[in-house]
Design a protein around this ligand. Structure first.
Ligand code: NAD
Length: 471
């Protein structure tokens, strides 16, 4: 009895032994994901490493490099105990049993696959570094979104450079959404883990799963082969973006027919086969993922000689571009076809609320077009920095004379001809629009690009007001 107890206790200790893990890439995914693991798994030492010193400094400061509701709390709770941010990439690769790769995989901007394929050079350089310096077998986890069959490339690099060890590759794509990252990580719809179907591959999948099992029920953890896991992430993003483009396509028809797109969305979303989520019509989707992942999917389809499939998905992106241009066109039409020299208040620049991320934000294209038309922009966003806005518009600091960067929505709207709401920040719902109206040039125009406001109420104040998919 006593002997059995000792064995059981040793086994328990074995499975609960302190594990060192690291994540290469301290971005919007690597930072929050690892902070959640550290907070839920006090027995695991978690290091997040990056080559960007400035970003690591910010993670180690009171001003985190990314804004996410609830993130400050979980980082400050675990940082310095079992959560570390560092630029010592090699040190943590050597020390870790499990290495997550969470680096950026942008659309290629050069050479073959230009404008469509994923640029895998950062993933490849991580694989090469791990292969070169490892002194023990590792479990390497693809957390970045990658094209299906990327694990084959990683395996080939490891097998040819680090042949003395049998490293395992596991795919574990991340499904968090910016703005709700902490909530999504705390209670995900599912965790997806793909691995080789060999016994070693399955042990690796089990080890990665055991991390998540510290706070996520096992029935929410889906395990598949490597390729299904890699392809599922691209497919999920393509399906989500497709819903937005579908409802946006209908919004154009609503504007011509006096149908109301929000009413149509509510009516169709009540059908349990369709469901209510991702049916909000707007100026279009943004963010670092949807467009690049669909482009990548299209590239893969063409690579595998499936042009009809590629064309099908390309239309989702075309509709997104059309929606932004249509929004600008409607502003111009309402302002007697010229915005030259007119002050336009831009409320919101982030690609969605509750994030400071403006990558691929629809605001970029819309602001560029308005600047081309010689408008004067007064931009206010509660979290996106002036520098991020300038970089995204490709404008240098000393050439920004057509833009005012404002500290509040009220300041931006003061003396403006038109207000364009481009992000659905909650604070824009609570502005005193009556007061704002008094201080605007008449006719005062308001374009609600997120259907955030009660447009009838806004019209009652005196505004010429337009929403999306509302005539
Ligand atoms: N942002 C999202 O909402 C989201 C959601 C799910 C999946 N993803 C995917 O996750 C991946 C990461 O996205 P992100 O938004 O966190 O990117 P990000 O650009 O915010 O962060 C990537 C980080 O990787 C670092 N990096 C690049 N090469 C490196 C190297 N060789 N060594 C060390 N560090 C290196 C960069 O300096 C950068 O800080 C992408 O593949 C993306 O498609 C993103």
């Amino acid at each position: 009895m006593a002997k059995n107890y000792v064995i059981a206790r040793n086994l328990d200790l074995y499975y609960r032994k302190i594990m060192n893990i690291c994540c290469i890439g301290a971005g919007y995914v690597g930072g929050p994901t690892m902070a959640m693991i550290a907070s839920k798994c006090p027995d695991i030492q978690v290091a997040v490493v990056d080559i960007n010193q400035e970003r690591i400094n910010a993670w180690n400061s009171a001003n985190l490099p990314i804004y996410e509701p609830g993130l400050d709390e979980i980082v400050s709770e675990a940082r310095g105990k079992n959560l570390f941010f560092s630029t010592e990439v090699d040190r943590y690769i050597l020390e870790s049993e499990i290495i997550f790769i969470s680096v950026n995989t942008p659309t290629k901007e050069y050479g073959s696959g230009l404008g469509q394929a994923a640029d895998l050079r950062y993933v490849e350089s991580c694989a090469r570094r791990i292969a070169e310096i490892s002194k023990s077998p590792k479990i390497i986890v693809e957390k970045s979104t990658v094209p299906v069959r990327t694990a084959q490339m990683v395996k080939t690099i490891l097998a040819s450079t680090s042949h003395q060890f049998q490293h395992q590759i596991v795919s574990n794509p991340e499904f968090l959404a910016e703005g709700t990252a902490v909530k999504d990580l705390l209670s995900p719809d599912r965790v997806l883990i793909g691995g080789d179907l060999t016994p070693e591959g399955q042990i690796a999948v089990g080890k990665v799963s055991s991390i998540y099992e510290n706070w996520i029920k096992k029935d929410r953890i889906i395990t598949t082969n490597l390729w299904s896991s890699e392809l599922s992430k691209l497919t999920a993003n393509a399906f989500l973006a497709q819903r937005i483009s579908s409802i946006n396509a209908i919004s154009a028809l609503c504007e011509e027919t006096e149908a109301n797109v929000d009413e149509v969305a509510q009516a169709i979303g009540a059908d349990s086969r369709i469901g209510p989520k991702f049916l909000k019509s707007s100026i279009g989707f943004g963010g670092s993922c949807f467009q690049k992942d669909i482009l990548n999917l299209c590239y893969l389809c063409r690579y595998f000689r499936l042009p009809e499939v590629a064309e099908y998905w390309e239309q989702v992106i075309r509709m997104n571009e059309y929606q932004k241009e249509r929004f600008v066109r409607r502003i111009l039409d309402s302002m007697f076809n010229t915005v030259s020299g007119k002050r336009i208040a831009i409320l919101g620049y982030a690609f969605k609320k509750d994030t400071n991320d403006a990558r691929e934000s629809p605001a970029i294209g819309i602001c560029k077009r308005l600047l081309e038309e010689k408008a004067h922009l007064a931009i206010y966003d509660p979290k996106v920095s002036r520098q991020t806005i300038l970089n995204s518009l490709g404008i240098k600091e000393d050439q920004a004379n057509s833009i005012d960067f404002c500290k509040s929505a009220t300041e931006a709207c003061q003396d403006s001809h038109c207000i364009a709401i481009l992000t659905e920040w909650d604070e824009f719902k609570n502005i005193d629009y009556e007061d704002i109206y008094k201080n605007m040039v008449k006719p005062a125009i308001l374009f609600d690009g997120r259907n955030l406001l009660d447009i009838e109420m806004i019209r009652l104040i005196g505004f010429v007001a337009k929403g999306i998919g509302i005539s």
